[in-house]
Design a protein around this ligand. Structure first.
Ligand code: HEM
Length: 384
C-alpha cells in the first residue's frame, strides 16, 4: 500500500525522473543484465539499442505513478503490456529483479538528492504496479490451460514457406508436430517466435495473417535490409529456417481486435502493416460481412502490394484501394470512405500511423473509433 505522503513524493519527483528517463533506464538495464545475464534471453536487444524498450518501461511507471489513484484508465495499456509479457513467458519472480535494479538506478541517478522517503515512495508505487501486472498475467497463463509446457514455449513445424510481394515478405505457416493441439486466438493477435543466435534466445512477435483454422498459424515476416540493426531475427528465420524445421513459439497473444457488431470497418495499412489487417478482413469475409470492410493499403509500388490477389478475391469492387509512394493519401480520400460510426484500424510504421491519425483527426473522426497496432513498444512513442 501507499500513503498520501508517498503519493505526493511520487508526484513531485516524477518530473525529474521523467526528464532523465533515458539515463536512468540505461543505468538500470546495464546493471540488471550484468547481474542477471539470463534476462538477455528475454529482452529484445534491438529495442534496447535503439532505446524504445527502456523508454517504454520508464514511461509506464511514470504514467502509472501519476495516475496511482485511478489506474483503471490505464487498463487498455496495462492489458497490452501484460499480453506481451505473457508471450515472452515473463514470471512473477522477474518483477522483484526489475524492481530492485530500477530503484538502484533511481538512487544512483539522484545521488545526494536521493532520500529514503523518495526511494520508499517509488518502491511502494512499483509494487502496486507490479502486482497488477502479475495478477493479469496469471489470468492469461491460466487461460492456456493446465498443461505447464504450453505456458512456456512449444515447438512448431514450418509446413509452408513462400516469398511474396517483390521478395519483400516471407509468409510462413506453422503447425504443431503430430497434428498437436494449437491454442485458439482471435484476429489481431500475434505469434511470438523464439530463436537462438549468438548464444542467446531472441523473441519476436509476428502478426497472424489468417483466422483460427484449428490446426495452423500463418504469419508474414518482412525481409529487412541487412545493414540495419533491425531484422536480425527476421532475417535469421528467413535465411536459415525451412519447411520441416521446428521453431519455438509461445501461444498467440495481443489485445488488438475487431470491434464486434460494427457495420463499417476501415483498414489502413502501410507496407507490411497489411499482415494483421489481412486476418481481420478474412474474418469479416468468413462471417459474410466483407461488404462492411474497406481497405486502403499504402505501398511503394504495385509489386509490393502483398496479398493482392487474395484481397481482391475477398473484397468487393471498390473496397480495396492501393496508394503508391508518389500518390498522397489525403483527407479527401479518407472522407470519401468514412461514415460517422466507422471503426478504423491502422497498422504500419510509427510515422505512417501518426500521419493517418492526424488525417483522421482533421476529418473529425472520434479517437475512440481509431485503433492502432504498433510493431514497436508503443509507450515509447507517447508524446510527452
Ligand atoms: C515490454 C512495462 C516488468 C520484460 C514492455 C513494454 C512496457 C513494459 C511498456 C512495451 C510494450 C509494448 O508496447 O510493446 C513494464 C512495467 C513493468 C515491467 C511497467 C513493471 C511494473 C517487466 C519484467 C520483465 C519485463 C519484470 C522481465 C524481466 C519486458 C520485455 C518486453 C517488455 C522483454 C518486450 C519488449 C522488448 O523485448 O524490447 N514492458 N514491464 N517487463 N517487458 Fe516489461
Amino acid at each position: 500500500s501507499i500513503t498520501q505522503e508517498q503519493k505526493a513524493t511520487i508526484k513531485s519527483t516524477a518530473p525529474i525522473l521523467k526528464e532523465n528517463g533515458k539515463e536512468i533506464t540505461s543505468i538500470f538495464y546495464k546493471q540488471m543484465f550484468e547481474n542477471h545475464p539470463e534476462l538477455l534471453d528475454i529482452f529484445n536487444q534491438t529495442n534496447q539499442r535503439i532505446g524504445t524498450q527502456p523508454l517504454a518501461l520508464a514511461n509506464t511507471i511514470y504514467f502509472a505513478a501519476e495516475n496511482i489513484d485511478n489506474l483503471q484508465i490505464l487498463m487498455p495499456q496495462i492489458k497490452l503490456i501484460a499480453h506481451k509479457h505473457r508471450a515472452l513467458t515473463i514470471q512473477p519472480e522477474h518483477y522483484s529483479i526489475v524492481g530492485k535494479y530500477l530503484l538502484l538506478a533511481i538512487k544512483q541517478f539522484l545521488g545526494e538528492k536521493s532520500t529514503q522517503d523518495i526511494l520508499d515512495a517509488w518502491a511502494a508505487a512499483y509494487n502496486i504496479i507490479a502486482n497488477i501486472f502479475i495478477d493479469i498475467e496469471k489470468q492469461l497463463y491460466d487461460e492456456l490451460g493446465p498443461n505447464e509446457e504450453d505456458k512456456g514455449g512449444v515447438a512448431l513445424i514450418i509446413v509452408k514457406k513462400e516469398v511474396i510481394a517483390h521478395e519483400s515478405i516471407v509468409a510462413l505457416t506453422l503447425e504443431r508436430p503430430q497434428n498437436g493441439k494449437i491454442f485458439k486466438f482471435h484476429v489481431g493477435q500475434y505469434l511470438t517466435l523464439r530463436i537462438k543466435k549468438d548464444g542467446n534466445f531472441h523473441n519476436r512477435h509476428y502478426s497472424l495473417t489468417r483466422p483460427f483454422d484449428g490446426k495452423s498459424y500463418s504469419i508474414a515476416i518482412k525481409i529487412e535490409n541487412m545493414n540495419e540493426i533491425k531484422g536480425v531475427v527476421s532475417n535469421e528465420i528467413i535465411n536459415n529456417y525451412n519447411i520441416g524445421d521446428t521453431i519455438l513459439a509461445s501461444f498467440p497473444a495481443g489485445t488488438f481486435q475487431l470491434v464486434e457488431n460494427s457495420k463499417h470497418h476501415l483498414f489502413i495499412g502501410g507496407g507490411v502493416g497489411i499482415t494483421v489487417l489481412l486476418s481481420m478482413i478474412h474474418e469479416l469475409n468468413k462471417q459474410g460481412k466483407s461488404n462492411d470492410a474497406i481497405l486502403i493499403h499504402c505501398v511503394h509500388s504495385e509489386e509490393y502490394a502483398a496479398f493482392n490477389d487474395e484481397l481482391k478475391s475477398i473484397l468487393p469492387e471498390g473496397h480495396y484501394q492501393l496508394f503508391f509512394k508518389d500518390q498522397r493519401l489525403g483527407k479527401d480520400d479518407l472522407e470519401k470512405v468514412l461514415e460517422a460510426n466507422t471503426q478504423v484500424y491502422i497498422c504500419g510504421s510509427v510515422p505512417f500511423m501518426d500521419k493517418m491519425e492526424g488525417l483522421l483527426v482533421e476529418c473529425g473522426h472520434p479517437s475512440s473509433q481509431i485503433h492502432i497496432e504498433a510493431f514497436q513498444p508503443t509507450l515509447s512513442i507517447i508524446k510527452g
